[in-house]
Design a protein around this ligand. Structure first.
Ligand SMILES: [Zn+2]
Length: 95
């Protein structure tokens, strides 16, 4: 069973969580100034790396709060979780 550590509740089974996509995507300051291509890139284009990926998770069947996680997409290992609004932690080692 994969355990995810909610920063507010602690380690819980993965089935309690809902995935929310890539983290740290900033909404454009003036959306009406974007052309269709720029708007489509904001909505749909994500980095999709093989390796460490910052993503949003919701503890849907727990506290209900959103938080961010660093997950290695190659191994599926959660490397860190941190509350939404905080900066991405530096894992060191060039990651
Ligand atoms: Zn929680």
């Amino acid at each position: 069973m994969l355990l995810v550590t909610c920063p507010h509740c602690g380690a819980r089974p993965e089935i309690e969580f809902r995935y929310g996509g890539e983290a740290h995507i900033a909404r454009p300051a003036d959306p009406s100034a974007l052309d269709d291509r720029q708007w489509a890139e904001f909505l749909y284009f994500r980095s999709n790396p093989k390796g460490v990926y910052a993503e949003r998770w919701n503890h849907a069947h727990g506290c209900g709060r959103w938080f961010n996680a660093l997950r290695d997409t190659a191994s599926d290992a959660f490397l860190a979780t941190y509350p939404a609004g905080q900066q991405r932690p530096d894992l060191g080692g060039g990651r």
